[in-house]
Design a protein around this ligand. Sequence first.
Ligand code: ACO
Length: 367
Amino acid sequence: MTEAPNPAQMLPDPTAGLEGVVAATTRLSDVDGQNGVLILRGRKIEDLAGVVSFEDAVMHLWQDFGFTDAASMARAFGDARMTAFDVVPLLEGASSSLDVYERMQLGLAALVLNKDLPAPIAISGALPVFLAASHRIATGLKPIAPDAGLTTAVDLLRMLVGDIQPSGYSDALDRYLVTILDHGLNASTFTARVIGSTQADMKQAILGAMGALSGPLHGGAPGPVLDMIDAIGQPENAAAWITDALDRKERLMGFGHRIYRTRDPRADVLKAGLQLLGSENPKVQLAENIENEALAALKRAKPDRPLDTNVEFYTAVLLDAIGIDRSLFTPLFATGRTPGWCAHVLEQQQTGKLIRPASQYVGPKPD
Ligand code: ACO
């Protein structure tokens, strides 16, 4: 074998990260990073989030796959929650070393799919149950059974907290779930499509997508955003704290995006959702102050690089204001994104084509 390093290996790999590579055609969502526009199947995100319910937004996304009746969709999600609760004793008996996310994955692996409920509904309806039950188990509380007659957002908060929360809270959560429903061919969605393309079942594709989302480069920023807000503490500390962080070459969490070269439209949709929760929350006012200081400081520090607020900044602020623990931010993101993943799997499977790209071999050659 010839082991001498190939000079080609030393060059930057133009395919690294598949940046700019078109790997699917889709009718589901379009991310226009130059203009800051996100479209879900023909409608702008700001015309869906806060306007239609999570269930209706899911139906809008799924309409090419035979889901067209809004009333039956809401009922089916309720039925799916009831079915999923049968798995909860298994979650209660599982090792205490599992975190909430791993327990949700365990629940999904154990979920029995049958002909009574289409797999996308059974899975999308199950994750809120697994999330709430896993959180209660982790905090030493008894899981609460779902109520099939409630909406996903109302029932999810009820299963977490124990009783029905003020409508502003569930409306804000509903808005969040719609906002994150789908977002082009990100890493977890691509993963779901790859697994779906093998004709593996929907459960396997969603488990794989959850695996991809668990990495800190993908689903993990809102927790650190809240850490940053807590570390700043008071509005008068913001400017100095941010300047020091940028001087140390640190990144400000909740700012910048791989695709958006302007404001992430989801940031404004979530910021508007804060109005549902009243204006007295001092952390919300602190966050707005930090955002203004951060945008000004980023402009000064990186005048040639447009760096604006991304979805994670107001995700953190909104979920915290609803009272959701920061350990649940990524589990909740997975819960809201699951119907989007399911749609991509269905769309990929309609093509009937296995995803199987090529690689360029740059290793040693046999003598
Ligand atoms: N704070 C300070 N500087 C930043 C930030 C930031 N948040 N984001 C980018 N920059 C700077 C980089 O330091 C770099 O500067 P340099 O050229 O002088 O080295 C320049 O901008 C370009 O950075 P890249 O990493 O090449 O840009 P990319 O588009 O790949 O990064 C990313 C996108 C990873 C989101 C980045 O903006 C970041 O780290 N932001 C903070 C973390 C965050 O909020 N993540 C959530 C993103 S939204 C989501 O995932 C759903």
